[in-house]
Each structure stands twice: as C-alpha cells, then as structure tokens.
Design a protein around this ligand. Sequence first.
Ligand code: FMN
Length: 259
Amino acid sequence: MKLNNVIHGHRSIREYEDREVSQELLDQILDAGIRASSSGNMQSYSIIATRDPELKKKLYSAHMDQSMVVDAPVLLTFCADFNRMRKWLKLNGAPVHFDNFMSFMIGAIDATLVSQNCALAAEDAGLGICYMGSTLANCDQIGKLLNLPPNVVPVVGYSLGYPAENPAPRDRLPKHGLVHYDTYQDYTDEEIQSIYEERNEKGWKRYMDNPRLKEMTERLGLKNLAEIYTIAKYTEESHHEYSQTVLNYLESQNFMRNE
Ligand SMILES: Cc1cc2nc3c(=O)[nH]c(=O)nc-3n(C[C@H](O)[C@H](O)[C@H](O)COP(=O)(O)O)c2cc1C
C-alpha cells in the first residue's frame, strides 16, 4: 500500500482473527521499527514480543482486562531501556550514568518512535493494532511479568494481529485547532467551542450508541463529553494514582538519580 493510504487508513483494532502472525512478518515489522530515529543513535529501547498464551493471560489483568491482550496473537511492549547501554559503558570503562529522569524521557521517546514505525509497517501488511495506555499506567505489574531488569521501563504497547472487525475511522480535531505557525497562538473561548464542535457531537453519540456506555453515562448523570472524559474515563484520582505508580517504578528502576 502507499504510505499515505496506510496512514489515513488507520483505525485501532480491538477484535482479532484466531490466526498467527508468522515470524517472517513479525521480523519485517520489527525491522521497520528499528529504522526509526533515536537519540544519539543510542537506541535506548527494547521491544518485547509476547506470544505465550499463558503469559498473555497474566498480562490481561495488568492491562485492565482488555480482551485484545489475549485475543491478539502478539502483544508488543516497547520499553525505555538504558540497561543494555549501561552494561556496554561499564565494559568499556566509561562513566555509567543514564540513571536520571532525562534518560528515561530519551528512552521513552525512542521507544514511542519505534512503536509507531512498527504500527505503520504492520498496518501496511494488513494487520491491526491497538495501543494500550495500561502499559504505562501499570508499568510496575507489567515490568514484573516481563522480567525487566533495572533501567528498563515499559512505555507503550499494543496488540497485533489480523483484524476481525472493520471499524469506521475515528474523527480528529480540525487541523487549524492543532497547528500553530511560527509561535503558539492561545485559544479564545469561541475558538475552543468551534474546534471541539464536531468532537462534542460525535463523541457523545458514540457513548449513546453503546448500551453499556449509555447506562454508565446516565448513572453518573453526565451531561456532555467533557464530563465523560474527566468524571468517567480519566478521573483525577486515577491519574494521581497512575502518576504515583510511574514515579515509584522509575525510582525503583533506577531512573531517578537526579541530584
Ligand atoms: C498511548 C495510547 C494509549 C491508548 N490506550 C488505549 C487503551 O488502553 N484501550 C483502548 O481500547 N484504546 C487505547 N488507545 C487507542 C485510542 O483510543 C485510539 O487511538 C483513539 O481513540 C483514536 O482512534 P483510532 O486509533 O481508531 O484512530 C490508546 C492510544 C494511545 C496512543
């Protein structure tokens, strides 16, 4: 497929055929990932491809019971990784640092770029993916299950397999609401209303069209999509909790020596 068609044809896939992804195809996808730019060409990431059904069952609960984890044949977890680099530095008598927050961010960016390259290569080959925010939110549980050593932290991950659904593309905010030329132009209230106009409608309709989500919206007395986002989907309490999990895990994985 043409790259532009692959990019514009993207939809997250949450239902999968019971069909393996060959090692040859997986290698092709991973090779595309590894061609991504990385900070200083340090490639401060690792990719963990999980196929083992027993391990996927264990990861299912760490991924907040999302069915893709067990239904898709492959789960890819992209980690910020300075473990490998630090071992190499030590073997060469160089100072061994990269144990601070900046290093984590470098690894996280590298890992994310690799993940999106792999995603595009997978979609080009007719596969589907769905990112899972649980990779970071429950990085401690996932890190334990994947046997991650210090200086390795899971950042992004997704299910990978042959699609068993054909969802319509999800809307995007209009480009003029996302792009600034030269410098940032802050938004007036009117501009915000206009940028979110279609999202308000389509997002609300999506919730109302799904009986389970509609029931939840009504039970919580939510009046609009903005309330859905902050009262149902991403509550302040849950985000505080996940922040604490990530900060504690970064500390325990030796990424917080910042003094
Ligand atoms: C970092 C990240 C985390 C995500 N986490 C989840 C998730 O946990 N579960 C899920 O079903 N979709 C998840 N998604 C998928 C988004 O919901 C999806 O990309 C968005 O709604 C736009 O839809 P589209 O990908 O089909 O265009 C995640 C996407 C990203 C980039």
